[in-house]
Design a binder for this molecule. Structure first.
Ligand SMILES: [Zn+2]
Length: 242
């Protein structure tokens, strides 16, 4: 039986969950820091049994998600002071902030060097950094997109609309029915392989507009180890943000 994603409605809340089958004995539900719900089930477990279990545990799942959400706010509150670490392509770099007449941001092997007229103004530095990240995101995501559409083309997926970058806090990317692909600015903090993973995921939605077994089959042909990247993004969700 192949893994799949689906959802259950509890009160007014939709709980999305992924199911992973393996040779285990019991059914386990796990809520990750980014709110993702994963059900690990013994091979051949009836999907109805899984659905009922998730439904039964809904209140607990929502409580866990809310706890993570409040922790997330705390852990991602950045100070924009010298020495604070910021991520770029999966690596963290400390900020070095200097008083200067001209605004400039540069990244070396060791640090983010920020020269600014307002070294003590966190909002100002945040804005400068965001602009820098956005420029990098547009450049790098476009490069990766151009590579990814070539692989996707080989399995019959065509797309030429490019990508759009947005500030999104809860998702890494999305694909509309019309094929508009949006990538989260936060992806620029993740390793290149994770950026590719999200682009390939969204490209697969052009053929399978869902998270069915067929969708994952398609994704697997493009990216056999997609699960590893997906888990990395789940686990690092509150660290990989800009
Ligand atoms: Zn998707």
């Amino acid at each position: 039986m192949s893994n799949f994603e689906t959802s259950v409605l509890y009160g007014g809340t939709t709980i999305n969950y992924g199911v992973i089958f393996s040779a285990r004995k019991t059914l386990g539900i796990q809520v990750y820091p980014d709110g993702k719900v994963i059900v690990r089930a013994p091979n051949k477990t009836d999907v109805k049994v899984i659905y009922n279990r998730v439904k039964q545990k809904s209140a607990w799942i929502i409580k866990q998600q809310n706890t993570f959400k409040s922790n997330l706010v705390l852990s991602t509150k950045k100070t924009y002071l010298s020495g604070e670490n910021h991520y770029y392509l999966g690596q963290s770099y400390p900020l070095t902030i200097r008083d200067a007449l001209k605004e400039k941001i540069s990244l070396s092997e060791r640090q983010f060097k920020i020269e600014t007229r307002k070294p003590d103004d966190a909002d100002h530095i945040k804005k400068r950094l965001r602009m820098w990240y956005r420029r990098e995101a547009e450049r790098i995501f476009t490069e990766r997109y151009n590579d990814c559409i070539q692989s996707a083309f080989k399995i019959g997926i065509e797309h030429d609309l490019g990508i759009n970058v947005r500030v999104m806090s809860k998702r890494w990317g999305s694909c509309s029915k019309r094929g508009k692909i949006i990538l989260s600015l936060n992806l620029i903090a993740t390793p290149i392989v994770c950026i590719d993973h999200v682009i390939l995921h969204e490209l697969c939605h052009l053929k399978e507009f869902n998270h069915s077994a067929k969708f994952y089959q398609l994704l697997r042909t493009l990216e056999p180890d997609w699960k590893q990247k997906s888990t990395q993004l789940d686990m690092m969700g509150n660290v990989y943000c800009v």
